[in-house]
Design a protein around this ligand. Structure first.
Ligand code: DWN
Ligand code: SAH
Ligand code: ZN
Length: 404
C-alpha cells in the first residue's frame, strides 16, 4: 500500500513495470551501473487519480542537460500559437496583463505572448532549455515551481491574469503545493489553464508508454476537479485536444467566481460510463498492456529471424518505457534516428541502443520502422510518405500492434 499524493488515502498498484531507467537519460557512453527506479502505477479510489508509486528525485530528471526540446515538432508550435491567440482573445489580454507559464521549456508558448508585447514569465528548472527561452528574449526563472515560488512571484511582480502550463503539472509530485500556489498566484478573475495527456485516451488507446518517471500523475477530469475543490478553486471548463495522443485542457478559477461549463459535467459522465472510477478498469488495462508487449516482442523476433532490418524513429521519453518493458535490445533494434542534436550519438536509457542523427535515416534503408513518436504520426507520416513508399513499412503499437 502507498499513500496518495493528493488525498493521503492508501492505494495499491495495478501494474508493475519493473526497474526502469530515467526516461530522458540519453548517455554519451555506456555505463555499468545506470540508475534505475521501481516503476509501478496505482489508482486511488478516493480522489480517482492514477499515479506512480515511486518517482526519482526531480533534480535527477530536470537539470542543466534536459534532453527534450519542445520546438522539435512543427505541429506543437502551431498548437501553442493557437492556444496563445485563444487566451489573448478570451481574457482580453493587453500590455497591462501578466501571464505566467509553469515549465516553459524552450519558450514555444511564451514567444507568442512576447511577440504581442504581453508581459510574461516562465518558470523552468531545466537550465539548458530555460537558456534557449531566454535567448528568445523571454523572462525566465530557473526554478521548480511550487507554493513558495508562487508567493515570490506575487511579491516581485504581481498576481497573474493567466497561469498556463502544458505537459508539466503531471510531472510534479508536490501537487498540493502547486495548487495552493495557483490559488495565491491568480488574480480574482484570473485563470489557470493547463493541458496534460488524458487518462481516458491512455486507457482506450492502451498508450501505456505515457507512463514513465516524469509522468507521476495521469489526470482525468474527475481527479482534477477533486484537486481544484481541495484548494478552494473550481474546474470551470474542459476541452479535449489531439496533441500527445489525446490530451485534456483544464481551465480553473477561484471558487464561485465563474459559471461551471457543461463540458465539465459531460466529461465526468463520460469518464464514469467508461469506468475510470472503478478499479477493475485498471486491471483490464494491465491485461491489454501485457498483450501489446507479447505481440510486439513476437513480431520483432519474427522479423529478426527473417533478417529484416528494423530501425527506430524518434528517441522519445515514451520509448524508454516501451523498450525496457518489452526487453528490446540493440540486436533487435540496432539504431534509433532522432532530430534533436543533443540526443545525437548517445545511447538510449537502459537498453543502450545507439541514437543517430535523423539526417542518416534515409540512407539506412530499413525494411521496417518502429514509430516511437506515434503521437506525431500525422506530421511524420506526411514527411516520410515518399520514403516509406519504397517498400518499407511502419510498425506502430498504439492502440495495438500493427504493420502499416
Ligand atoms: O510530457 C512530455 C512531452 C511534452 O514531451 C515530456 N515529459 C517529455 C516529452 O515527451 P516525449 O519525449 O515522448 O515527446 P515527443 O514530442 O513525443 O517526442 C519528441 C522526440 O521525437 C524528440 O526527441 C524529437 C523526436 N522527433 C523526431 O525525431 N522527428 C519528433 C518529431 C516530430 C519528428 O518528426
Ligand atoms: N511545456 C512544454 C514542456 C513539457 S516537458 C511542452 O509542452 O512542450 C516538461 C517540462 O516541465 C520540462 O521542461 C521540465 O523542466 C519542466 N518541469 C518539471 N518540473 C517542473 C516544476 N516543478 N516547475 C516548472 N517546470 C517543471
Ligand atoms: Zn487520492
Amino acid at each position: 500500500m502507498s499513500i496518495c499524493r493528493v488525498c493521503k488515502n492508501s492505494f495499491k498498484e495495478f501494474i508493475d513495470f519493473g526497474m526502469m531507467p530515467i526516461a530522458n537519460s540519453f548517455k554519451s557512453k555506456i555505463v555499468d551501473n545506470e540508475e534505475k527506479f521501481p516503476m509501478s502505477v496505482g489508482f486511488c479510489k478516493e480522489c480517482k487519480i492514477v499515479q506512480l508509486l515511486h518517482q526519482p528525485d526531480p533534480k535527477k530528471m530536470f537539470h542543466e542537460n534536459y534532453a527534450f526540446l519542445s520546438s522539435t515538432s512543427s505541429y506543437m508550435k502551431e498548437h501553442f500559437s493557437r492556444l496563445a491567440s485563444q487566451v489573448i482573445e478570451e481574457k482580453k489580454l493587453n500590455n497591462q496583463s501578466f501571464v505566467v507559464e509553469i515549465g516553459c521549456n524552450d519558450g514555444i508558448l511564451l514567444e507568442n505572448f512576447k511577440n504581442k508585447k504581453i508581459k510574461s514569465l516562465g518558470i523552468e528548472p531545466s537550465q539548458n532549455v530555460a537558456k534557449i527561452a531566454k535567448s528568445k528574449g523571454i523572462n525566465v526563472i530557473s526554478e521548480f515551481f511550487n507554493e513558495n515560488v508562487a508567493i515570490n512571484i506575487t511579491k516581485e511582480f504581481h498576481k497573474a491574469d493567466v497561469v498556463l502550463s502544458a505537459n508539466v503539472i503531471c510531472h510534479i509530485p508536490e501537487i498540493n503545493s502547486i495548487f495552493s500556489g495557483i490559488k495565491k498566484l491568480i488574480k480574482n478573475d484570473g485563470v489557470f489553464i493547463f493541458e496534460e495527456p488524458y487518462l481516458l485516451d491512455i486507457i482506450t488507446k492502451n498508450s501505456f508508454d505515457q507512463i514513465y518517471d516524469e509522468h507521476v500523475f495521469l489526470f482525468s477530469v474527475m481527479s482534477v476537479s477533486f484537486l481544484a475543490n481541495k484548494h478552494d478553486l473550481e474546474l470551470i471548463f474542459v476541452e479535449h485536444q489531439i496533441t500527445h495522443g489525446g490530451s485534456m485542457r483544464y481551465t480553473i478559477g477561484h471558487k464561485n467566481k465563474n459559471k461551471i461549463d457543461q463540458s465539465v459535467f459531460r466529461q465526468i459522465d463520460l469518464e464514469k460510463k467508461s469506468g475510470l472510477h472503478l478499479e477493475k478498469s485498471y486491471l483490464n488495462f494491465e491485461e491489454k498492456i501485457k498483450t501489446i508487449k507479447s505481440e510486439l516482442v513476437n513480431l520483432l523476433n519474427t522479423l529478426k529471424s527473417k533478417n529484416k532490418k528494423v530501425v527506430g524513429y524518434a528517441a522519445t521519453s515514451k520509448s524508454t518505457t516501451l523498450i525496457n518493458y518489452c526487453g528490446i535490445t540493440s540486436e533487435i533494434l540496432p539504431v534509433i534516428y532522432d532530430t534533436t542534436p543533443n540526443k545525437y550519438n548517445t545511447f538510449s536509457p537502459g537498453a543502450n541502443i545507439p541514437i543517430r542523427p535523423y539526417s542518416e535515416f534515409h540512407d539506412s534503408k530499413p525494411d521496417y520502422v518502429l514509430l516511437f513518436a506515434w503521437n506525431h504520426s500525422k506530421e511524420i507520416m506526411l514527411k516520410e510518405e515518399g520514403f516509406m513508399k519504397k517498400n518499407r513499412k511502419w510498425i506502430t503499437y498504439v492502440p495495438e500492434v500493427r504493420i502499416n
